[in-house]
Write a protein that binds this ligand. Structure first.
Ligand SMILES: [Zn+2]
Length: 396
């Protein structure tokens, strides 16, 4: 290791000493490309060290939350750069072919890093060579798209739609970068449906453009977000189950669990059947009978839990039933403990959860014990969660 670092020092010194003004145009062009390839190889080697240090728990001793934070603190690089390095290390660890492609100059380190998800979630028997072939010579954006297509074709064997959706959902995040020139960039990562809801809500809050409105769409959405946060600060955002914000079209068979045909949003996004079924519990439902493209019948709009049942739930549960969670009823969703239509829409089978705990309850591997009055959950890691009504709830 020391000898390798000394050689690296020598190389960096020698490159720095080159009299760049004496070089021809061809030499300059070749130099720029060669040094970039060297940097990429160094980056891959660096990322391998990072992964090994991560696994050795270097960051834990320093009280950091993860390896990327430790790198940020010790090398003064950005968190984004540091987490990119961690991701690249995990990529080449899972697929040494990626490191070989970078060493051969077929793939840049930036493009290699975009393969992280494809490589780390690939089934054991997946043909990683075909992934490398698909992304060779691609810039990061094209490599990311090719990796997404490859992923669609190489679904881990035995992974259910629920598990795949759960894996996606666990990557949700809101991250704010430190301000630059008085502006801070906040990056929001949401599943596609929640992302539509987010934009629809901002659009609804900001309203239609008024006369002589010169704002861009981006500025109007930003104003919507500012208005929404202001309203929350003033206590005007009260939650509740009205105001549906996304229209989903869904087959009756998929609704009852007899098929897994995905639902579609009005924008054409594909929403997995398991997610649509989960949402249906709190949505306005309308039956549409079609013959080919002709609509034969439109049913009335109904809800799975009636308004009376919902009010009774609010009185009984008062808020999320997860122990220690203080989200009030107005922000909660009704949940069928035994999913509809196998489980009835009765108060014994309905409880309120906040969005987060509703998701936790529906995660793969969670077992429901008892009914609404004796409810306990066994989580995927075998933790037992006691969700029996609190004394005040029981009295109510
Ligand atoms: Zn909760």
């Amino acid at each position: 290791m020391e000898a390798a670092l000394d050689l690296g020092d020598t190389a960096a010194g020698a490159l720095a000493a080159v009299d760049v003004r004496s070089l021809s145009r061809q030499q300059l062009a070749a130099g720029v490309v060669r040094v970039q390839q060297l940097i990429d190889r160094f980056t891959v080697a660096h990322s391998r060290l990072v992964t090994a240090a991560d696994q050795a728990g270097v960051w834990r001793d320093a009280g950091c939350r993860d390896m990327a934070e430790w790198i940020t603190n010790t090398t003064r690089t950005s968190y984004g750069t540091a987490s990119g390095l961690v991701a690249l290390g995990e990529t080449v660890n899972a697929a040494p072919e990626v490191a070989q492609a970078v060493a051969a100059g077929e793939l840049s380190a930036a493009s290699a890093a975009t393969l992280h998800d494809a490589v780390t979630t690939a089934p054991a028997d997946a043909d990683l060579g075909s992934l490398i072939d698909a992304v060779k010579g691609s810039k990061p954006k094209a490599a990311r798209q090719a990796a997404e297509r490859w992923k669609e074709l190489n679904v881990p064997a035995g992974e259910t739609e629920e598990e795949r959706e759960d894996r996606r959902y666990q990557r949700r995040s809101v991250r704010t970068a430190p301000p630059v020139d008085g502006l801070a960039t906040t990056t929001v990562v949401l599943p596609v449906l929640q992302s539509r809801q987010f934009i629809n809500a901002l659009n609804a809050v900001v309203g239609k453009p008024c006369e002589a409105d010169l704002r861009t769409t981006e500025q109007r959405l930003a104003d919507g977000l500012i208005l929404l946060c202001d309203a929350f600060a003033k206590g005007e955002v009260i939650g509740g189950r009205e105001r549906p914000t996304v229209l989903l079209v869904f087959d009756a068979d998929a609704y009852t669990g007899d098929s897994d045909t995905p639902a579609r949003t009005a924008n054409g996004d594909r929403i997995p059947a398991c997610v649509a079924r989960h949402l249906a519990e709190n949505a306005h439902l309308q039956r549409v009978v079609q013959a080919g493209s002709r609509i034969l019948d439109l049913g009335v709009t109904v809800r799975l839990a009636s308004d009376d049942q919902y009010r009774a739930l609010v009185v009984r549960d008062r808020g999320c039933r997860w122990p220690g969670c203080e989200i009030p009823a107005a922000w909660c969703e009704a949940d069928h403990l035994t999913p509809y239509p196998a489980g009835p829409t009765t108060l014994d089978n309905l409880v309120l959860w906040c969005t987060h705990h509703h998701h936790e309850k529906h995660r793969p591997g969670v077992t429901v014990l008892g009914d609404a009055h004796t409810l306990r959950l066994v989580l995927a890691n075998n933790t037992l969660i006691d969700c029996t009504p609190r004394p005040a709830q029981a009295a109510a």
